[in-house]
Write a protein that binds this ligand. Sequence first.
Ligand code: TMO
Length: 322
Amino acid sequence: MKNKLPLLIGAIVVIAGLVFFMGGGDKTAKKSGDSSAPIVIPTHNWSSQIVMAYVIGGIFESMGNNVSYVNADSQAVYESIRIGDVTISHEVWESAFGKSFTTALDKGGLLDWGDHEARTLEDMGYPNWVVDKGLCPGLPDWTALKNPDCAKNFVTPDSGGKGRMLEGPQTWHGDLIPQRVDALGLGDLWMVKFAGSADALWAELVAAEKEGRGTIIFNWTPNFTDGAGFTFIDFPPYTAGCRPEDGGDGKCGSPDGYLKKAVHEDFPKTHPGAAAAFKKMSFTTSHIGAMAALVDVDKMTHEDAAKKWLADNESVWKPFIK
Ligand code: TMO
């Protein structure tokens, strides 16, 4: 018994330390009134979104909050937020996800938490060397695509003799682009292939340049390609209701779109501090382009990119938590 006393005292010291430490953590959370339950942040399949997930998670953690990440389908996530399985969405892109977002908003349970400063465009385009090499004179006007002498420069072994456009993963836009190609009367000259991932789009740019053939891919801004010699095609302008999913004929390009934030309706009650900070969060085109570039150009992991972005941009995000 006697020689077990030091062990007992040691155990008491360790437990007391743990209780003190956990109590301290609790106090930080209590100061803002935030629950210690984790804030659930979704990750999808393009770089800026994943980096920004960890950026925002890091900001919440700096406030004493707990965070968890869940990989989620980028359309279904709005229903998941509505029913409370996911807490927030930090990149609601109008063209790709506006419909799913609005559907969840109308059903109730999800709140529109405001826009980022950045505006968005999600559409088909090409690297500028395509036009510099004379592969499709008349671009970026979409009517240049009606020329068979243009389309033939975009043929690939899997395109059945037609020019190929490489769309992103089908989960982003469904059949929007194939429908548009047909609606505009381009279906005899062009076919649309879906890429399996964002990385496949960037690999296509490298492959096409090496092979000296034309390439048209789906891309978006803000992205790491901003200012890097990429041009979006000018399709007939987007108008409300022009898309087939909204009852239109589909003869239109993508909107000058919003980039929104959304939250589950209980978030401001369970985590008032974090919710207030998230409401203030607004990133610009260059902030978001830089988040993507740290991964797609500098080849960092998403987590490391977020840590670097937070360390380099305290003057941007510290005001959000004040
Ligand atoms: C949703 N996205 C940015 C890939 O167009």
